[in-house]
Structure formats: C-alpha cells, structure tokens
Design a protein around this ligand. Structure first.
Ligand SMILES: NC(=O)c1ccc[n+]([C@@H]2O[C@H](COP(=O)([O-])OP(=O)(O)OC[C@H]3O[C@@H](n4cnc5c(N)ncnc54)[C@H](O)[C@@H]3O)[C@@H](O)[C@H]2O)c1
Length: 313
C-alpha cells in the first residue's frame, strides 16, 4: 500500500496534486485553511476524476476518490505521512507560517515540497529547524495532466530530500527535473517568461494581433513542443545539427535579444488593450468552460502520448 501523503492548500493546484497522488493509490489528506474551499474541493476533484475515467486514463474513479480525505486540522493531515505537497498562496507572507507549522508537525523524515511558481524555498524556510527536508516541487497546472515537476533545492536542502521526492514523483507518474540552484522563476517560468515578454512586446508594438500571436504558437511552435524541447528542435532544423543551426541563425537571435535589451513593464494601457482583444475572442463568462475544454484536450493528448510511448517500446 503506497504511503499517505498530505496536500496543504487545496486551490487550483493543490486539488490537482491530490489527484496525482490518489491516482497512484496513495491515501491523500487534504488540508486548506478556508472552510469554503474544504467544503467544495472533493466535488471539483470528482468532476476531474470522472473526466479522466471518460478518457480511459484511470481504471476506477471510485477507487481514486476513496483515497482522498479532507480535514480542518493541519496536524491530522500530516500525521504519519511520507511526503507533504504545499500549495498555498504565492507570497512569502502566506508560506512562511505554514512552513513554521510543518517544521514541527510533519514527520521528520518526510520531504516538504512547495508548489511555488517562482519564490525560492530559501525565502520561507530559512528559520525552520528541519529546513534540510524542504524544497520546491513546482508543477504545471493542472499537475495531473501536465507531468513536469521542477525540483529546486534551497542552499540548505539535503540531497536525500531531493532524491526521495524525485523517486516519489517518478512513482506517481510525474516527470521531475532537477534544477541545480535557486533562480527566480526556476527553469519553466523563465522559459515561459521569455516567450510571454516577447508576445506582450509584439502586441504593444502592433506587430500582430493577440489572436495571430497565439496562433503562431498553437498552429506553429507549440506542435513540436508537445514532444521535444528547444534544443532538440533546433538540432533537427539544420542539416548538420545544433552547431550548424547556431552558425546559420545565432546572429539573428542575438540581434533580436539586443533589440529587447531594455524590456518595458506590461503597462496599464497595454494590459487593457490585450484584455479587450481577449474578451472579444472569449467572454469572461466563458473562461471556465474554456478551461474545461483545455483540460479535455490535454486528456486526449495524454491518451495519444501513452499510445505513442507503447509503440516506441
Ligand atoms: N495556478 C497555476 O497555474 C500554478 C501553477 C504552478 C504552481 N502554482 C503555485 O501553486 C500555489 C497555489 O496556487 P493556486 O493557483 O492553487 O492558488 P489558489 O488561490 O487557487 O489556492 C491557494 C489555496 O491555499 C489556501 N491557503 C492559503 N493560506 C493557507 C494556509 N495557511 N494553510 C492552508 N491553506 C492555505 C487557500 O485557501 C487556497 O485554497 C502557489 O504557490 C502558485 O504559485 C500555481
């Protein structure tokens, strides 16, 4: 029987983490500080789990749901667990007291991974006595459909905590990467940030509409990115591989980078313009439906990838 796991903070990301662990048979104890979140979290998860069953990505929806319990007592949530996944608000002020509590409440051997999108673990674990078992385990939303997890140590994180978390993530079907040192935004959001900053700048400069910038990714770059990264992409895009590509196009990319050497913040006027374009394309009342559509597309992609992996084996 897989060991129990605690999920602390059960908003968008915490609820997704509960599915990750329960799907793999771990008893999952959810704790959230907000009573309304605790009251509705299981209903939301049940809907996601039913969709997973519909796409044949799990065998037994009831078995997954039976693994998950919700408590209003943090101590009870972490009692006897092998791992804690923290997903509270993305502020140092929210995370620091949670780590101070987990420092004494969570079993000493249990690593504590934070879903933090960009705040490094050193910003909220420094004062903890057991800080050696605290690290970043940053997922992509929703974690049960997008498997990447960035494992990022603070300067004082024990290698064994990273190793144990790495092995747990592999065992539950996630795809962890090891980030060697702390850096704001880690790897994923630095890559995403480079693309987002350029997208906003192109929109600001009137180079193309937001719809056409989006299409450049959805009908262009993104198709390859669902199965290979930027280095492998360019390795295949020049006859002799990556060095050949760098010789041909390195100067162009350097010139593009120099042209953005003084980045501007996303200002109010620009944000209003992009918001108008997006709301014309999709009314605010349709955002939830579109999120569900996105998740079902991700499920269909997961089915395709599983079949493709079987063929390769
Ligand atoms: N939304 C994303 O796309 C995404 C992706 C990856 C990582 N993350 C990270 O995951 C974390 C959670 O983000 P989210 O999008 O789920 O936010 P959210 O607002 O949906 O959920 C946060 C939850 O934490 C709870 N909470 C706050 N303080 C708490 C406390 N002291 N104890 C217990 N619960 C507490 C809140 O009640 C809320 O339910 C953040 O660090 C965020 O950066 C978010």
């Amino acid at each position: 029987m897989p060991a129990p796991v605690a999920v602390v903070g059960a908003g968008l990301v915490g609820a997704g983490w509960a599915i990750v662990f329960a799907r793999a048979g771990h008893p999952v104890r959810i704790y959230d500080a907000a009573a309304d979140v605790r009251a509705k979290v299981l209903g939301g998860i049940a809907g996601n789990v039913a969709d997973l069953k519909h796409f044949d990505l799990i065998d037994d929806a009831d078995a997954v749901m039976s693994c998950i319990t919700v408590t209003d007592d943090l101590g009870a949530a972490v009692d006897g667990v092998a791992y804690v996944q923290e997903s509270v608000f993305e502020t140092v002020a929210a995370k620091t007291p949670v780590y101070a509590a987990l420092d004494t409440l969570a079993p000493a051997h249990a690593p504590i991974g934070s879903s933090s999108s960009g705040i490094p673990a050193s910003a909220f674990t420094e004062a903890c006595k057991t800080r050696g078992r605290m690290l970043i385990a940053h997922p992509v939303n929703p974690p049960y459909l997008v498997p990447l997890v960035e494992l990022v140590p603070a300067p004082w994180t024990d290698k064994s905590a990273i190793d144990v978390t790495h092995d747990l993530m592999v065992a539950v079907g996630q795809e962890p990467i090891r980030v060697n040192k702390e850096i704001e935004g880690f790897v994923l959001n630095r890559l995403q940030g480079a693309l987002l900053n350029e997208a906003w700048a192109l929109a600001r400069d009137g180079v193309a509409s937001t719809a056409d910038i989006d299409k450049t990714v959805s009908a262009g770059l993104g198709l390859r990115w669902s199965f290979m990264g930027p280095f492998e992409t360019i390795d295949l895009n020049a006859p002799k591989g990556v060095a050949d590509y760098a010789a041909r196009l390195g100067p162009l990319y350097h010139s593009v980078a120099v042209s953005r050497a003084n980045p501007k913040a996303w200002d109010e006027k620009l944000i209003a313009d992009v918001e108008n374009q997006r709301r014309e394309a999709l009314g605010a009342d349709k955002l939830d439906a579109r999120r569900s559509w996105r998740d079902r597309r991700l499920m269909a992609l997961a089915v395709h990838k599983a079949k493709a992996a079987q063929k390769i084996r």
